[in-house]
Design a protein around this ligand. Structure first.
Ligand code: FAD
Ligand code: NAD
Length: 406
């Protein structure tokens, strides 16, 4: 091919890292590279729970795409993708169309709502900057409204989080720190506010190290988080959440349900006709879906099997970044006429979860457990390392988490 057209969809971890690596590996004469994203900015999805709780401003989380890619080598198109047609090698956009020779799909995740009644209409999800900002404002509005009503409504102060997976746990950790500030700001007694985390499985963080789970729950309970474990959310309305626990149906009056109970790949990928397994597309070992040699899928839209456990790898930023780096290398080979593509194996370096800004826990180097300050510091190091990879020291200084004592 003469200067192939490479189109990358999505500027999340997977998309922007593919672009960032490709711009270093290829010259402008090698390929025509286009990156498409619906916003002008890239955001760090892994910080969105902080934006949603109001503990970190969303401008810290996002950065203009053009500030981190080389616009002499990458053509950035700010557009929403509306469809992918792999048979005709075309991508439709809200205002136009693009043709490609090679496509990299990095369109990320959506909430999986499992058809639960009223969830789509009444619950909030932490998906992107807009949805995180909405949650922050909604919570603040309810605090403000509380003291302006004659009949004080408890549902305004009951904050319910669905799912105690990593997102749910990290989010209630932020809420536990934010609520005392909100109480001061809006003259609301702390004891009037409830933070309730509802989890269907018999434990929080199912599948994770039990000792660390206990540590996390103790830390959060000490700051006022209530857990409902073995409690399956059944329905959400504008002013209540319904769950089933021990075969009993229970209700919590609430205006605020944040659904953090599962994700799936972007629906556009399934709609394009690629195979789909619970919303993610199984890919071959070089990250191409079956039957398409000109398409790569990275990040949460891709389903990569862990041969050891015979289960899919979880959708994480850590893996999305590695897939992107790997895909850039394979794309370079293709462009340079080498058709031997390297197989991808994730290199899991650990899992560290924050429990608010002053506590965390996790596992690193296979089996070393860390807690408290060292885990909080490690989480910041992981985040800063990503920024360093993406934009060098300048970006770390601008957006990084540099205060290791707060
Ligand atoms: P994303 O990062 O979601 O990026 C997708 C991009 O595509 C976005 O920029 C979006 O704007 C764009 N896009 C979407 N639709 C369209 C469209 N139609 N047209 C154009 N552009 C579009 N993982 C970890 O490894 N460690 C963590 O600590 C961690 N913490 C997390 C905390 C939270 C609150 C959440 C929600 C997730 C966390 N994860 C973490 C998981 C991690 O964020 C995801 O696995 C990761 O973001 C996936 O990367 P991605 O590139 O596939 O998608
Ligand atoms: P998840 O699928 O990991 O967890 C969802 C939780 O919701 C599960 O515990 C599930 O049992 C529960 N649930 C499902 N349906 C329910 C219902 N009806 N009622 C009550 N509970 C219900 O989803 P997530 O936490 O959003 O995480 C998504 C991905 O992002 C995962 O791969 C995770 O590892 C990753 N992540 C990682 C970190 C980190 O490493 N620090 C932080 C956040 C997210």
């Amino acid at each position: 091919l003469n200067r192939p057209n490479i189109v990358i969809l999505g500027a999340g971890y997977g998309g922007i890292m593919t672009a960032s690596k490709l711009q270093k590996k290829l010259s402008a004469d090698d390929a025509n590279i286009t990156l498409v994203n619906k916003h002008s900015y890239h955001y760090q999805t892994t910080w969105l729970h902080e934006n949603a709780a109001g503990t970190l401003h969303h401008d810290r989380t996002r950065m203009e795409v053009n500030s981190v890619i080389d616009t002499n080598k990458i053509n950035f198109v700010q557009e929403a993708v509306t469809g992918i047609d792999p048979e005709n090698k075309k991508v439709s956009l809200e205002n136009g169309e693009l043709s490609y020779d090679y496509l990299v799909i990095g369109l990320g995740f959506e909430a999986a709502t499992f058809g639960i009644q009223g969830l789509l209409e009444n619950a909030f999800t932490i998906n992107d900057i807009n949805s995180a900002r909405l949650i922050r404002q909604h919570i603040e509005y309810n605090f403000a409204k509380y003291n302006n009503e004659k009949d004080k409504k408890q549902e305004r102060l009951n904050l319910v989080v669905g799912g105690a997976g990593f997102t749910g746990i990290e989010f209630v950790g932020e809420l536990a720190n934010r609520v005392p500030e909100l109480c001061k700001e809006y003259d609301v007694p702390r004891e009037n506010v409830r933070i309730i985390n509802v989890e269907a499985a018999p434990t929080a963080l199912p599948g994770f190290d039990p000792e660390l789970v206990e540590y996390a729950m103790n830390s959060l309970e000490a700051r006022g988080v209530e857990f409902k474990i073995g409690a399956m959310i059944k329905e959400v309305t504008a002013d209540k959440l319904v769950y089933e626990q021990d075969e009993e149906i229970e209700e919590v009056p609430t205006n605020t349900v944040v659904w953090a109970a599962g994700v799936r790949g972007n629906k556009l990928v399934e709609d394009a006709g690629f195979e789909s397994n619970r919303g993610r597309t199984p890919v071959r070992e070089d990250l191409r879906p079956n039957g398409y040699d000109d398409v790569f899928i990275v990040g949460d839209c891709a389903l990569v099997m862990n041969e050891e456990t015979e289960r899919p790898y979880p959708p994480t930023a850590q893996i999305a970044i590695q897939e992107a780096e790997h895909t850039a290398e394979n794309m370079k080979r293709i462009v340079q006429g080498n058709d031997h593509l390297e197989p991808f194996t994730p290199n899991i370096q650990g899992t560290v979860a924050s429990l608010g800004n002053n506590d965390a826990m996790g596992v690193i180097f296979d089996d070393k457990k860390i807690y408290g300050w060292s885990a909080t510091a490690m989480k910041k190091i992981i985040d800063n390392r990503y920024l360093l990879k993406l934009g060098g020291v300048g970006l770390v200084l601008k957006k990084g988490k540099l205060n290791f004592f707060k």
